[in-house]
Design a protein around this ligand. Structure first.
Ligand code: NG6
Ligand code: CA
Length: 517
């Protein structure tokens, strides 16, 4: 059929407008692109030492966690999500830098360690700032402060504010380490000018009593390691002199941190913000506030879980009151697996009853077995995330690249390990990682259901304090271990001898991963 001139004109015209439309689409300015990306507030609720099954929605007994269960019921409950390591400092390092901790030899730090993350490093909060976020951290830090031999009486720098946080209110290391003071934006809170604060992880300093001489002064008895300077009736690791004016009260942690966190939320409700809420609970010493004492059947450890649940409820309430709940992505998880006796006599072992903190998994904190790093993990974003359970293999290390991907921020070449799994985090995909590394005192390699554990490296010994604690299953052995989690979630049957080819294959893959640049 002959095409009439008119028809031809119409065709040409529509072709032209189609091309114009496409090129106009291509020419969308950056701000227009930005406007189309949802920029939820992000709250990372990071509990300390909370085991896979330490909350009701993951099977806890002897304690109830309605506020955490609410997030799980209305969000995504992950069943194979991991911290990058089985201890605190390494996991936090990975979360903030997007790289495995072994790359920086990150280990549990003493309370006077220098800042572990170089100020030139690209970090998660720096990346989020590029995307227009205001960033804050409240709670346990444990990534070091200053450059060595910190003077606690003047501005302490560098710290979180020098690696991307606009605001910081910290418990500098752990509750069981000195100094027992809060640090806000680089300054010890409430420290009076004449009250010189000093810290020592070597020789004894100060005139406060110590636990190994005065156990009668203690709220909870402790092992020798945790029996140095007594503050607030609790003996700690390390010695502290002066600083009375600034001492914290352990019982008040949830209220102090909640006030700082909710103030931060309220002050930033008009703009996108990232809040890293880092719990002291349920790390030792477990000294819950009176309001939570006896609220579980498991003594202080269980009561500390109830306290965590209270905090979660308060944060959600604050978001609701500020009218921003719908526009906030909450990620709830833990920095490593569970431990019962970690140095203080708080009856965690005696009162455990029917409760299994690790759920079906083997090991716990410090362990290379699954429970070392497989932790309860929930994402909640009402209106965007549909409730579901996901068995995707996830790692906290990937939060960095996932958020960067979503926010359209280019990933620096320095990020070696973090992968973009945004779709899985928000439930638009059920696929997570294909493979990953797990870090304990040795390394393990996961690929699908297979798990290979490297033997303890030549010349490396199990730390004696760990070896003395028989209940800690470090998983460290002189021979390789191989498990298939599909039929053996509890890592009981070592298949290494019957599958030498798998050992060879996985050792090679692990090495490749380590050598990645
Ligand atoms: C260990 C402590 C332990 C705990 C841990 C850090 C001893 C014997 N044990 O060295 O009590 O503080 O460090 O835990 O000192 S973490 O969750 O911050 O990694
Ligand atoms: Ca921890």
């Amino acid at each position: 059929m002959k095409i009439t001139t008119l028809k031809r004109q119409v065709i040409l015209l529509s072709l032209f407008s189609f091309v114009a439309l496409v090129s106009c689409k291509e020419k969308k300015t950056e701000t227009e692109v930005e406007r189309t990306i949802a920029k939820p507030n992000i709250i990372f609720l990071y509990v300390d030492d909370l085991g896979y099954a330490d909350v009701s929605c993951y099977g806890a007994k002897g304690v109830e966690t309605p506020n955490i269960d609410f997030l799980a019921k209305n969000g995504i409950k992950f069943t194979d999500a991991h911290s990058s390591a089985a201890t605190c400092t390494p996991s936090r390092y990975s979360f903030l830098t997007g790289n495995y901790a072994f790359r920086n030899k990150a280990v549990i730090l003493p309370g006077d360690a220098p800042l572990l993350i170089d100020t030139a490093t690209v970090t998660l909060p720096k990346m989020l700032k590029k995307a227009g976020y205001t960033t804050g951290v409240v709670g346990k830090w444990h990534l070091g402060l200053g450059v060595g031999q910190v003077d606690w009486n003047t501005k302490i720098s560098p710290g979180p504010n020098e690696i991307g946080f606009d605001y910081s209110f910290l418990l500098p290391a752990t509750g069981d380490r000195v100094p027992t003071v809060f640090v806000e934006n680089g300054y010890v809170v409430d420290l009076e000018p004449e009250d010189n604060l000093m810290v020592s992880y070597g020789a004894r300093i100060g005139d406060r009593p110590v636990g190994y001489e005065h156990p009668e002064l203690l709220k909870q008895k402790a092992d020798r390691q945790h029996s140095e300077t007594i503050i607030n009736g609790v003996s700690r690791i390390g010695y502290m002199a002066g600083g009375q004016s600034a001492e914290w009260i352990d019982e008040d942690f949830p209220y102090v941190f909640n006030k700082k966190a909710t103030d931060f939320i309220t002050a930033n409700k008009e703009n996108p913000f990232f809040l890293f809420y880092s719990f002291h609970d349920i790390h030792v010493p477990r000294i819950p506030h009176d309001n939570f004492k006896g609220k579980s059947t498991m003594g202080p450890r269980g009561d500390a879980i109830v306290q965590v649940d209270f905090v979660v409820g308060e944060i959600v309430k604050s978001l609701e009151e500020n009218g921003i709940l719908e526009n906030t992505l909450i990620i709830f998880t833990s920095d490593n697996g569970p431990v019962l006796n970690d140095g203080y006599e708080d009856q965690a072992v005696e009162l455990i009853g029917e409760h299994h903190p690790s759920g079906p998994f083997r090991g716990g904190k410090y362990s290379i077995y699954e429970a070392g790093s497989r932790v309860p993990t929930i994402t909640y974003w009402p209106g965007t995330i549909e409730p579901m359970e996901s068995n995707a293999m996830m790692n906290q290390l990937d939060i960095y690249a996932s958020l960067a991907g979503h926010l359209n921020i280019e990933l620096s070449d320095d990020i070696i390990d973090s992968e973009n799994h945004w779709k899985a985090w928000i439930g638009k995909s059920t696929k997570g990682r294909k493979a990953m590394l797990e870090e304990g005192f040795t390394l393990a390699y996961r690929e699908g259901d297979w798990k290979y554990i490297r033997p303890l490296p030549e010349g490396k010994e199990i730390p004696t304090w760990m070896e003395n604690k028989k209940e800690i299953e470090s998983g460290l052995m002189k021979v390789p271990q191989l498990f298939n989690l599909k039929d053996d979630l509890g890592e009981q049957i070592n298949l290494a001898e019957s599958h030498p080819e798998k050992i060879e294959e996985f050792e090679k893959s692990l090495k490749q991963l380590i050598d990645k640049k």
